[in-house]
Ligand binder design. Structure first.
Ligand code: XMP
Length: 318
């Protein structure tokens, strides 16, 4: 019978037998999967696990510093790399969703490779790949993230991609990953975090990306997500976030006509992200959230709620 405890015990033993005294590098994303994978490896090989957490400048508000602190509290050996400027430079002027993903994937690989090369004699790359990632990676939208797909031609590969691969979670679904994390005593708030795409807010800013748009969307997203938490709704939703639309609309404030940004809110129910339904959030909650966003975030005068299911829509807008 599968239990989280027996999974941890067996996986740790397997990792020890496989990896022995080798060094392993792992890219942390702040999400559930890479964090649980890191804890399993930490249990198995301790200080030989080298974690890298890259700030791509497209994370949620305060996420980089908060998550880095949390990892250090968990005893993980983590190097934080703030590469925000490098990512935002590479994205400047790009509006096409696939080109955004490609630019982010390319810079991520460059940054990760620079860091991995600084660890002497590293032999393994560990990843938090879970079962649905393997299925989704053959579909159109599962672009690059911290999960680096291993189907490229060997030869022109970055050094870290020539490493042996360890993917301890690749047979599990998300709910099982969360149970495994809980059985290792990991923080409930971390395990309950909503999925967040590797390209981050870049695929929630329609059109080109500027630092100012990122800041604005971080503010809107924070109001929405904190609102869900305060209303006790966060854990009832699979994933939620805000999207900055490339649309200005007319509004009025006092005696003044405004012409400002419109944001969409999205909240979905799902079990694996492959299909999803929009969540019937209470009207009172939507009303308060809309008011809070428009009052607190300068530059936004209109909020809409996305009522599309997947399929035929996707969870992300890009
Ligand atoms: P879609 O938008 O395809 O998203 O319905 C399904 C799930 O995958 C996440 N997602 C991504 N995750 N890199 C990631 O790591 C990506 O490029 C990416 N695109 C979508 C999305 O947030 C949702 O949970």
């Amino acid at each position: 019978d599968w239990t989280p405890d027996s999974f941890v015990e067996e996986t740790v033993a397997k990792l020890q037998a496989q990896i022995r005294n080798d060094k392993v590098v792992l890219g942390l994303s702040g999400g559930v999967d890479s964090s649980v994978a890191a804890m399993l490896l930490h249990k198995a090989i301790g200080e030989n696990l080298y974690c890298i957490f890259v700030n791509n400048g497209l994370l949620r508000k305060n996420e980089y510093t908060d998550v880095l602190e949390q990892y250090k509290g968990m005893g993980l050996n983590v190097k934080g790399v703030d590469a925000s400027a490098r990512f935002l430079d590479a994205l400047a002027g790009i509006s096409d969703p696939e080109l955004k993903r490609k630019a982010i994937g390319r810079v991520f690989i460059e940054v990760f490779d620079d860091e991995a090369q600084q660890i002497q004699d590293v032999k393994w790359l560990a990843q938090g790949t879970i079962y649905p990632d393997i299925i989704e990676s053959v579909s159109a939208t599962g672009g690059p993230s911290v999960t680096i797909k291993s189907h490229h031609n060997v030869g022109g590969l970055p050094d870290f991609m020539k490493l042996k691969i360890a993917e301890p979670l690749k047979a599990l679904f998300k709910d099982e990953v969360r149970r495994v994390g809980a059985s290792m005593g990991m923080d409930k708030a971390l395990l309950g975090r909503h999925p967040f795409p590797g390209p981050g807010l870049a695929i929630r800013i329609l059109g080109d990306i500027t630092p100012e748009k990122v800041r604005l969307l971080q503010e809107v997203d924070a109001v929405f997500i904190n609102g869900l938490k305060n209303a006790g709704l966060y854990d009832k939703v699979w994933q939620a976030g805000a999207i900055l639309l490339p649309v200005n609309s007319v509004g009025v404030m006092g005696d003044e006509r405004t012409y400002e940004k419109c944001v969409a809110l999205r909240a979905v129910e799902s079990t694996d992200g492959m299909t999803a339904d929009w969540v019937n959030l209470p009207y009172e909650f939507l009303q308060k959230t809309s008011n809070d966003i428009i009052n607190k975030v300068k530059g936004v005068n209109r909020v809409v709620y996305d009522i599309s299911s997947k399929p035929p829509a996707t969870i992300e807008w890009e």
